[in-house]
Design a protein around this ligand. Structure first.
Ligand code: SF4
Ligand code: SF4
Ligand code: SF4
Length: 421
C-alpha cells in the first residue's frame, strides 16, 4: 500500500507557529527579493483572504514555484504550497488568467496539435525568431527548455500499432502516460511497457486526459477540475476491477493521487477508490521486489548516474523508490543529489519574468550533476527536472524506467529507443 496525505489543506493554516523555517528553506526566496517567502504569502496572508473579498492581500504569491520544499520542512505540517495554489486561484478568479498561462495549462491540446505535423511544429516553435517573438509578445522565456515534439509519432500511436504484439496476461496494469510521454518522450512510455511486460503484466492504455497540473499551478481550478473528473470517469472502472494505475511521471501521479482532489475539494468515496489504485512506476516496481516478484535478471550497466530527487518524489513521502530499484542493477553507480529543486517547477521557469530565478534555483542541482565525473546521463523522476538538468548541464536526461529497460537489455539509452521497436 502506498502513502496518502495525512493533513487536509484547510485545517493546517492554524498550525503555523511562525518559526520561519519554511522561509529559510524556500529556494525561490533565497534567490530573489520579489518573493517574501512561504510564511508571509502562505499562512500569514491567508488569514486575510476571505472567499468573498475582491482583492487578494498579496500578489507576490505568484512567485511561488509550487516546489513544496516548504511543506517538507514545516515542523507543524502546514500545507503551505497548497495554500499558495489556492491563493493563486483566487487571484485568477478576481482578475482572469493571462493568455500565456492559459496556453501553458493546455499542454495536452498543444501536444495534440503539434503531433499532427511534429517537424513543422518543432520548426515553428523552436527557432530563434519565434522564441524571441514568443518572449516579447507572450512572455515565454526564449531560452527555457521547452520540449520538442516527438517526430516518430505519439506513444499512444505506437501502442495501438503494436497492440497485437503486446503481452496478454491475467496480471493487468493500467498505464497513465501523461502529456509529456505521449507527445514529447514516447520512449519513456515504451520503456515502461517493456519493463511491465518483462515482469508478466499486460499493459492497458485506456483513453485519459492531462492530469491538470499546469492548470492547478497557474490557478485555473475550474478547468483542472474538469480534467480530473474526466480522468476519474475514464479510469475509476479499472481501479474498481482491482487494476493498479501506474504512471511514470511522478508529478502526474502526485496530482492524481493527492493534489487534485485535495486542492479542488473533491474528497469522496469515488476519489478515494481511485487514489488507492494510483502508483508511481518505481514505487510499484519496488513493491514487486519487496514481494519477491520483480525480475532482477539485470545486465551489467557500467556507468555513473547522477539522480536528482524531484520535489514531487519528496512530496509523495514514499522514500526513494527509483534509487531502491536502480541500485539492484549490477555495475550501475547511482549517486543521489541533495539539491532542493531544479528550478523549472512545472511551467514556472518557462515564464520570462521567472526564467532567471529558475536558473539560479537550479545551480545547486547543476553543480551536483556536473561534479559526477564520467557521467553522460542524468536521471530524475519528473520529466520537467530532466529537461531542466539537460538544459543546465548538457547531460542527457533519461527516466529511471528507461535505465531499467536498458538493464533488461530492451532499450538503447544512447539512441533513446527500444532495441526491438
Ligand atoms: S515552517 Fe510552518 S510553522 Fe514555521 S513559519 Fe513556516 S508555515 Fe509556519
Ligand atoms: S512551494 Fe517552494 S517556492 Fe513556494 S513557498 Fe514553498 S518552498 Fe517557496
Ligand atoms: S521541476 Fe523538478 S525539482 Fe523543480 S519543482 Fe518540479 S519536480 Fe521539483
Amino acid at each position: 500500500m502506498h502513502t496518502q496525505s495525512w493533513h487536509s489543506v484547510s485545517t493546517t493554516l492554524d498550525e503555523c507557529i511562525k518559526c520561519n523555517i519554511c522561509t529559510s528553506y524556500c529556494p525561490v526566496a533565497a534567490v530573489t527579493d520579489k518573493f517574501p517567502g512561504p510564511k508571509y504569502v502562505g499562512p500569514q496572508a491567508q488569514r486575510f483572504r476571505a472567499s468573498v473579498q475582491t482583492h487578494s492581500p498579496d500578489h507576490s504569491v505568484d512567485y511561488c514555484s509550487a516546489c513544496r520544499v516548504c511543506n517538507e520542512v514545516c515542523p507543524t505540517g502546514v500545507r503551505i504550497a497548497e495554500i499558495n495554489a489556492r491563493a493563486k486561484a483566487q487571484i485568477v478568479a478576481e482578475r482572469g488568467i493571462p493568455l500565456r498561462n492559459w496556453f501553458f495549462g493546455r499542454n495536452e491540446i498543444l501536444g495534440r496539435i503539434g503531433n499532427l505535423a511534429p517537424q513543422i511544429a518543432n520548426l515553428g516553435f523552436h527557432n530563434p525568431f519565434s522564441r524571441f517573438m514568443a518572449e516579447k509578445i507572450m512572455g515565454v522565456a526564449r531560452h527555457a527548455p521547452i520540449p520538442h515534439w516527438a517526430t516518430g509519432g505519439s506513444f499512444t500511436t505506437w501502442f495501438r500499432r503494436t497492440q497485437s504484439a503486446r503481452l496478454k496476461s491475467d496480471k493487468k496494469v493500467v498505464y497513465f502516460h501523461g502529456c509529456s510521454t505521449n507527445y514529447y518522450e514516447p520512449a519513456v512510455g515504451q520503456a515502461a511497457v517493456m519493463v511491465l511486460e518483462r515482469n508478466g503484466f499486460e499493459v492497458i492504455v485506456p483513453p485519459q486526459n492531462c492530469c491538470g497540473l499546469p492548470m492547478l499551478n497557474n490557478g485555473e481550478f475550474p478547468a483542472a477540475k474538469n480534467l480530473y473528473q474526466n480522468n476519474l470517469t475514464k479510469l475509476l472502472p479499472f481501479a474498481d476491477k482491482g487494476y493498479p494505475i501506474v504512471g511514470t511521471s511522478t508529478s502526474c501521479v502526485l496530482v492524481l493521487r493527492e493534489e487534485a482532489s485535495e486542492m479542488l475539494d473533491l474528497e469522496n468515496d469515488h476519489t478515494q477508490r481511485f487514489k488507492n489504485a494510483v502508483w508511481d512506476m518505481s514505487e510499484f516496481l519496488r513493491d514487486l521486489h519487496d514481494r519477491g516478484e520483480l525480475d532482477t535478471e539485470f545486465r551489467d550497466l557500467q556507468m555513473v548516474l547522477p539522480y536528482h530527487v524531484s520535489c514531487q518524489v519528496r512530496a509523495h513521502r514514499m522514500g526513494r523508490p527509483s534509487l531502491d530499484v536502480m541500485t539492484l542493477i549490477p555495475g550501475l553507480d547511482v549517486r543521489e543529489g541533495d539539491a532542493k529543486c531544479c528550478g523549472l517547477a512545472g511551467t514556472y521557469g518557462y515564464k520570462a519574468e521567472k526564467y532567471d530565478i529558475a536558473m539560479k534555483v537550479g545551480q545547486e542541482a547543476f553543480r551536483f550533476v556536473d561534479a559526477q565525473a564520467g557521467a553522460s546521463f542524468v536521471t530524475a523522476d519528473s520529466e520537467i527536472c530532466r529537461w531542466q538538468l539537460q538544459h543546465g548541464t548538457q547531460k542527457k536526461g533519461r527516466a529511471p524506467v528507461e535505465i531499467l529497460a536498458a538493464a533488461y537489455g530492451l532499450f538503447d539509452l544512447e539512441k533513446r529507443q527500444l532495441k526491438n521497436p
